[in-house]
Design a protein. Structure first.
Length: 476
């Protein structure tokens, strides 16, 4: 790279760093960075580049994931009614209290689906893999801010300068069934790390015609026949047309006024999005997708294109159930030492190469988000692997865990600014790409894609001090 080009890259990185000083929207790891850095990650001078063909692939992916959520919603409903195997709903309800199950089954919410869909996409040497799906994702405001910053120096940022904001505004309008709705983003204590990005996002949505406030649930009020309200500047109360639930259903007992918020949603006085359907927030949905007994359902309910793509994208997944199998039964598609597995504990004796698996909580638990509770088998000693497997199996009745093959990502060379050396350096890393889709009028719209590139020796790909984080853009 020529000296002038390197100098230009350094100037771009410092310009990004200067803009980051305006808003601390992402906390990241609680580790110190260089005092001159305004980020808790490595600042790249450029977006993460993808091709026009890759961008088109991401556009289509949103449609396929929307189909998947709709089919999962139908599978649960049919399972509850006995039209599909009852064990599917039983698995999805495992560990949940009566209130959560009751609300998930209410006819009022029967056709309601999440407003936002965010997959964790891993580019691998064998194509893409989706590690998991999130319908209450953090990073919406942060990604929107990154898009805004990098659009100042680069064309073709996916979604553009305000793509995330516009897509979310349209999704809120669609959910509220109103052109200029009032929206409240309710952020719980459990989700407090994401409050700054939601507070930044609210006025941006207001500029798009969706009057939005980010509040703690305790700030919301309820009025009979009206629903959820916000206190306004005149001391009165403004009805909320759509409530964006940025809190987890496992945390309901700690949410002030949760019963009133659910009551208003049940009466359709104040629609809630995502709907109170904990079963749509379970990672074990991937296990149901791959289960042989359910293949006729998926073949019928998904388009041919969606089915084909999801079969290659969603990793094989097994629910870590300790229940003994009959002597003649095996765990489908799981092989160890060349033989079908009959008991998951057989994997406890796996060699380091054989235990290239990931174990993680399926959902409905504080440990089920933000890479918490994730165990990478070949990153552990043999003893720790056996203990992790046994722990996961012991948690089945309250917090089911899943087992997935570990997907090793492709390697990328990413530039970043070294504040210590005051120069541009290159990192050899692996990427996790997180596109944000927003549902409006039944269609998934891509608002932007965030790239998190971690050093290639890291097994877990997530926001960390050593990672470079930037939006994706199309290279001309």
């Amino acid at each position: 790279m020529e000296v002038s080009t390197i100098q230009d890259a350094a100037r771009r990185a410092l310009a990004v760093n200067e803009r980051l000083a305006e808003h601390a929207l992402y906390t990241g790891e609680r580790r110190p960075t260089h005092p001159d850095s305004n980020a808790s990650w490595r600042v790249s001078p450029d977006p993460f580049w993808i091709s026009a063909e890759e961008r088109a692939w991401y556009e289509r992916l949103g449609t396929h994931l929307a189909e998947f959520y709709a089919a999962c919603n139908l599978l649960y409903s049919h399972s509850v009614r006995g039209l599909q195997p009852e064990w599917a709903a039983e698995l999805l309800d495992q560990g949940k209290d009566e209130t959560v199950v009751k609300y998930g089954r209410m006819n009022r919410f029967k056709s309601r689906l999440p407003l936002v869909i965010r997959p964790d996409v891993l580019p691998t040497p064998n194509g893409y893999a989706i590690a998991e799906l999130d319908s209450i994702p953090g990073g919406i405001g942060f990604t929107a801010f990154l898009n805004e910053i990098y659009s100042e120096t680069h064309a073709n940022v996916v979604g553009g300068e305000d793509g995330v904001v516009k897509a979310m505004a349209d999704a809120l309008r669609s959910a509220a069934k109103k052109e200029n709705p009032t929206a409240a983003i309710a952020v719980s204590d459990e989700s407090n790390d994401y409050r700054p990005e939601m507070e930044w996002l609210a006025p941006k949505l207001t500029e798009q015609g969706v009057q939005t406030r980010t509040v703690h649930p305790r700030e919301l009020r309820y009025e009979d026949q009206v629903g959820v309200c916000l206190e306004n500047e005149r001391g009165g109360r403004t009805p909320v047309d759509i409530l964006y639930r940025f809190f987890e259903l496992f945390d309901l007992a700690a949410i002030p006024k949760a019963d009133l918020l659910l009551y208003a949603a049940r009466r359709n006085e104040t629609p809630m999005t995502p709907p109170p359907k904990a079963y749509l927030e379970e990672k074990l949905l991937f296990a149901l997708f791959h289960h042989p007994a359910l293949q006729p359902f998926w073949t019928r309910e998904l388009s041919d294109e969606a089915l084909l793509n999801l079969q290659s994208l969603l990793p094989k997944t097994w629910v870590l159930d300790p229940s003994p199998l009959p002597p003649h039964a095996v765990v489908h598609s799981l092989v160890h030492n060349g033989l079908p597995v009959q008991d998951f504990r057989e994997l406890g004796g796996a060699t380091q190469k054989q235990r290239e698996y990931v174990v993680k909580p399926s959902g409905f638990s504080p440990s089920a988000w933000g890479s918490r509770g994730v165990v990478v088998g070949h990153d552990l000693s043999a003893e720790d692997w056996r203990a992790a497997l046994e722990h996961a199996l012991s948690q089945f009745s309250t917090t089911p865990h899943i087992l997935q093959p570990y997907h090793k990502g492709s390697r990328f060379q990413v530039p970043y600014y070294d504040f210590e050396a005051k120069e541009i350096r290159t990192m050899d890393g692996r990427a996790r790409l997180t596109p944000y889709y927003f549902m409006a009028d039944g269609k998934a719209r891509l608002g932007g894609i965030q790239a998190t590139v971690c050093p290639s020796n890291k097994k877990k790909l997530h926001g960390m001090v050593d990672a470079a984080i930037a939006p994706c853009a199309v290279r001309e």
